[in-house]
Design a protein around this ligand. Sequence first.
Ligand SMILES: Cc1cc2nc3c(=O)[nH]c(=O)nc-3n(C[C@H](O)[C@H](O)[C@H](O)COP(=O)(O)OP(=O)(O)OC[C@H]3O[C@@H](n4cnc5c(N)ncnc54)[C@H](O)[C@@H]3O)c2cc1C
Length: 404
Amino acid sequence: MQPPRTQERLSHEVFLPEEAHTIRTEVREFVQAEVEPHAATIALQDESKDTFHWQIFRRMAEKGLYAIPFPEGWGRGLKYPVLDTCVMLEELGYGSDSVAAVIDVHCILAGHVLMYADDALRTRYLKPLIAGEKVGSFATTEPDASTDLSIRSLKTTAQKVDGGWYVNGQKRFITNACVADFVTCLVAADGKLCEMVIDLKQAGVKVGEPDRKTGNRGQLTSDIYFENAFVPEENLVGEPGRGLHIALGTLTYGRMGIAATGVGMAQRAFDECVDYMKRRTAFGKKLAESQYWQFRLAEYAARIEAARSLYQKAAYRKDLGVEFPEPEAAMAKFTGTQLAVDIARDAVQVFGGYGYMRELSHDGSTYKVEELYRDSKITEIYEGANEIQKMLVAREIFGKEFTG
Ligand SMILES: Cc1cc2nc3c(=O)[nH]c(=O)nc-3n(C[C@H](O)[C@H](O)[C@H](O)COP(=O)(O)OP(=O)(O)OC[C@H]3O[C@@H](n4cnc5c(N)ncnc54)[C@H](O)[C@@H]3O)c2cc1C
């Protein structure tokens, strides 16, 4: 059950367009009704192909959530699609970061790569992706390359043959892969990095079992193995050699989404704390009467406000047409995700022993802060580790001649 919300009391949205308010309300209602009842089960389950939450995945499609990021003719054609998408992800992060991560990869990563594709490719992959008829995934990471995506590090190759390519190599940690129909994939073809759409249910492709992770257990990740997997010519996205640009443009969008999910998780941990501190007594006083925790929460209220403003500003700049809205996107990523980790750690502390419980044997109760503690950590690592975000900001401060 969700705790009483504090957001409207502490964070006044003076700049957010009406459209994004409407999306917030719509997604909030969806999360309460359709995600919240399953969130604890998703967070506690051990990963397997059978645990992918098809019901929520399909309901998000039916409700038109996958259409929010996309322009008219493909999606909802909203005026501020990036901002609306990030607001949606904040609300999903409040309910379940696993669910937020599934939609982030399906729509923002795989979907956004397809925005660089021609209409024919979009018709084959983007349309069914938005309808929830095909599941999308996105692959840059390999066993020996992720933060460094240069051509010297990437080992997945595409060899030109009549009518297309043969792809060989291995991708790692690929979200949704074990249930996905296709992957938008970064490969090296004739010394050039390219983005290609690769069907996963074809000869020459094998998807491994899902990894067993600390948190985000509803976000299934697997290795993908390519052995002479045929990719037809028309599945190339953009020009040959544009692959890294497309992947990085997509990951820049992705990192604003991760910043927003960080804010959503931070807000949830905060609300859980406020609610619990008003109820729990120690030394004859409520925890909420402890000035130590009052001040900690005051600091977190300010940090949540700042982190929310940052991701919204970054997203708004992208809606204005800035492809790489730096430094705000990078700032938003490390600010929002570090905040989520910090507050989740303190929330476990506020809950004491209960905060450390996956399930209390006495009555089977579960504790959201434990889930947030495990789920939040990955947001500091993926879609550009936070150190890389700080490098991007440092580059804006000092210039490339100092930072490289
Ligand atoms: C749950 C999950 C889901 C994922 N989903 C996907 C997906 O769908 N598709 C996909 O392609 N990938 C995915 N990934 C991969 C993810 O993006 C990478 O794990 C991440 O980019 C970090 O890469 P790495 O693990 O190879 O770490 P490395 O690249 O080895 O980096 C390790 C650490 O080194 C530090 N570091 C690296 N370079 C520098 C530097 N220059 N300066 C300072 N510090 C540095 C950072 O702290 C970094 O965290 C996923 C990973 C996980 C765990």
